[in-house]
Design a protein. Structure first.
Length: 544
C-alpha cells in the first residue's frame, strides 16, 4: 500500500507494518512504535500511519469561519505568527493553518477529544474552545488558556492538570497519597507541603495521606524528582506497603577477628576484617592529627579503626554503616561501595554537588551516588544555628542558603520563617583544625564584632558578614570555611596507588605548589594529579 503525501511529492510513501527503531515521526515528532509510512527510495519521511493519513483540510470548532489547511510548521520555527492557538508554542510537528486569519493549530492540539474521562473528577470534562483567563479549580493557579470543564459542576481545570493521577507514590514517604480537591481546615492553619516546605492552599487540590496528615502540592508530588516508579495497584495491603517501602537490608560489612570486654561489660571488636580494605583493622584510641577517615572523609577522631600497614582509617560509625539501605532522595535501595585503587578515584555527589573520594552509596541502575555524610543527613533535622526545625525541600527552583548565600535545588527549609540551609552548610563541622595552627577553630553564625571590616586571615580577602565563618577565639583569627577545610573537603589526598603506567607508587595530590608539566600532555598540573617524588613524575588524572 502506498500514499502520495504533500510532504514529499517526488516519491510515494510505502506502508510498513513493522516497528521502526530509534526513528521519530516526520509529522508529530514522536517515536514510531507501530505501523508506518516512509519513502523507501530516500529512506526518509517516516510517519505514523495516523499522521500520514491526516486530512489535508478540516473545519474546527475553535475557528468556524474558514477551513484549516495542513502545513509543515517547523519551517517557520522562529516566526511567532505561526504559534499554535492552544499550546502557544511552535513545535516540530504538522499544524493546520488559516491563511485569512493567520490562525494555527498543531495536529495534536486540533485532535483533542470532545470529552475526556479524567481521574481527577467524577464526570466527563469538555474542552472550552475559547482562550480565556481563569483560575484552575485543581492547582489554584491563574492563567490564560482553554480549560477543560464540567458543565454540571462548574469545575474547570488546565489541560495538563487533567492528566494528574488519583493516587501517587512519592520517594520521600512510605504510604501512597490520594488526590483530594480540598481539605477542611481554616486557611490560617493551612499545612505546608512536605516536599517543597511551602504553605499549601487547602481550597484547591492536594495530595494527602489520611493516616499521617502528609500533605503535598499536586505539582510537587507529580514532579519526576519526587515520584516513585511503582505500580500502585500491586500494593494490596498495609503490610505489603511497609515491607516494600521501608525496605532495609543490613548485610555484614566486616568480620570480627578479636574482641575484648569493656568496663561497661559491652564486648568491643578490637580487630576486624573490613570489606573495603585488604588488611585487618585494629581498634585504637590514639590521637592522630591531620588525617581523615577513608569512609566519610572527615577528620579522624578516637576511637577508630586503623591499618598498621598503610594510612587507612575508619570511624567506628563508618565501620557500622549498613551495606544496603533506602534513602529519602531516591526510589531504589542504595548499596555501599568503598573507594577502590582504580582510575575512578572520586565521584560527584548528587546532593551536595561536591567531588568525593570516600565511600559511596550508589544506585548503579540510575547512576545516582551519595557520599557518606549526605547519606546520613536526615531529611528532618534541627541545627544549632536556628531555633526551628528544618525539612528537606526538593523543588525545581534554586533557593538561597542562609549560611553561604549559594543557591541550590536542595535545601533544608524552615516551616516558620525564610531560613534555609544547603547540604554543605548543614554538614560543616562545628569545630575543626587548620594545618599547624595550635588552637581549634569554631564555626560562627554571626559576625564576631561590629567593626565593619570583615576579612579572612588566610586568603586575606573580604568576607560577607552575613555568611558563616570559622573563628579561633584565642587568636582572634577569622577564616572562610573553604579556606579552613580546603577546596575539596570531601576528598582525601596523599594516598598512594600503583598503576601499570609507572613502575613506582604514585601519590594523589590536590594541588602541587610549582605546577609541574604533565609527563603525558605536557600541560601544567594544577590540581588532582598523581606524583612520583622519587623520579619527579607527574601526570593528570585524565591523562592517567
Amino acid at each position: 500500500m502506498e500514499l502520495q503525501h504533500f510532504c514529499h511529492p517526488e516519491h510515494p510513501l510505502i506502508f510498513n507494518e513493522k516497528r521502526i527503531y530509534d526513528t521519530d515521526c516526520y509529522g508529530c515528532d514522536k517515536p514510531i512504535l507501530g505501523p508506518n509510512y516512509s519513502c523507501t527510495k530516500c529512506d526518509h519521511f517516516y510517519h505514523h500511519k495516523s499522521c500520514a493519513e491526516l486530512p489535508l483540510g478540516l473545519h474546527h470548532p475553535l475557528h468556524p469561519k474558514h477551513p484549516l489547511i495542513i502545513f509543515q510548521s517547523w519551517r517557520y520555527y522562529d516566526n511567532k505568527d505561526y504559534e499554535c492557538e492552544i499550546c502557544k508554542e511552535n513545535q516540530g510537528e504538522y499544524a493546520y493553518h488559516c491563511s485569512h486569519c493567520n490562525f494555527n493549530l498543531h495536529i495534536t492540539c486540533a485532535s483533542l477529544a470532545p470529552t475526556m474521562e479524567a481521574e481527577v473528577h467524577d464526570h466527563p470534562l469538555t474542552p472550552f474552545w475559547k482562550w480565556i483567563t481563569f483560575t484552575c479549580d485543581l492547582c489554584g493557579k491563574k492563567g490564560e488558556g482553554m480549560p477543560y470543564q464540567c458543565n454540571p459542576c462548574g469545575f474547570g481545570i488546565h489541560r495538563e492538570c487533567a492528566s494528574f493521577l488519583h493516587r501517587v507514590k512519592v520517594v520521600r514517604y512510605k504510604h501512597p497519597l490520594n488526590l483530594i480537591h480540598s481539605l477542611d481546615v481554616h486557611q490560617l492553619d493551612s499545612p505546608f507541603c512536605q516536599l517543597c516546605v511551602q504553605q499549601v492552599d487547602t481550597n484547591y487540590g492536594i495530595y494527602y495521606c489520611y493516616r499521617c496528615d502528609f500533605v503535598a502540592h499536586i505539582h510537587c508530588a507529580m514532579d519526576r524528582r519526587n515520584m516513585e516508579d511503582i505500580n500502585l495497584l500491586e500494593l494490596k495491603d498495609d503490610e505489603n506497603e511497609d515491607l516494600e517501602l521501608d525496605q532495609f537490608v543490613h548485610l555484614a560489612t566486616y568480620k570480627v577477628k578479636k574482641t575484648i570486654v569493656g568496663e561497661d561489660g559491652i564486648e568491643i571488636a578490637t580487630e576486624i576484617e573490613h570489606f573495603s580494605h585488604e588488611h585487618d583493622l585494629k581498634y585504637t584510641y590514639e590521637v592522630i592529627n591531620n588525617e581523615k577517615c577513608n569512609g566519610c572523609v572527615r577528620a579522624i577522631l578516637p576511637p577508630f579503626y586503623s591499618c598498621a600497614k598503610c594510612s587507612f582509617f575508619l570511624h567506628k560509625s563508618c565501620v557500622d554503616l549498613p551495606r544496603k539501605k533506602r534513602h529519602p532522595l531516591h526510589q531504589h535501595p542504595l548499596t555501599l561501595f568503598p573507594k577502590k585503587p582504580s582510575r575512578r578515584k572520586w565521584f560527584f555527589c548528587n546532593t551536595c554537588s561536591q567531588y568525593c573520594n570516600g565511600f559511596t552509596y550508589r544506585c548503579e541502575g540510575c547512576d545516582f551516588e551519595l557520599d557518606v555524610q549526605c547519606f546520613l543527613t536526615l531529611d528532618i533535622l534541627t541545627h544549632e544555628s536556628h531555633k526551628h526545625r528544618l525539612i528537606l525541600s526538593n523543588t525545581g527552583d534554586r533557593q538561597s542558603c542562609s549560611g553561604c548565600g549559594f543557591k541550590s535545588l536542595l535545601v533544608f527549609r524552615c516551616t516558620v520563617c525564610e531560613f534555609a540551609l544547603d547540604f554543605n552548610c548543614v554538614e560543616l563541622p562545628h569545630t575543626t583544625r587548620y594545618k599547624q595552627h595550635e588552637h581549634p577553630f569554631t564555626l560562627f553564625y554571626i559576625a564576631e564584632d561590629n567593626s565593619g571590616e570583615y576579612y579572612c586571615d588566610i586568603c586575606e580577602e573580604e568576607r560577607d558578614p552575613n555568611h558563616w565563618f570559622y573563628y579561633c577565639s584565642d587568636c582572634s583569627y577569622p577564616a572562610h570555611p573553604k579556606c579552613i577545610l580546603g577546596k575539596y573537603p570531601k576528598c582525601k589526598f596523599e594516598g598512594v596507588y600503583t598503576f601499570s603506567r609507572h613502575p613506582h607508587p604514585l601519590t594523589f595530590v590536590e594541588e602541587p605548589k610549582d605546577h609541574p608539566p604533565c609527563d603525558t600532555c605536557e600541560d601544567p598540573c594544577d590540581e588532582f594529579i598523581y606524583q612520583c617524588v622519587r623520579c619527579n613524575f607527574n601526570i593528570h588524572y585524565f591523562c592517567l
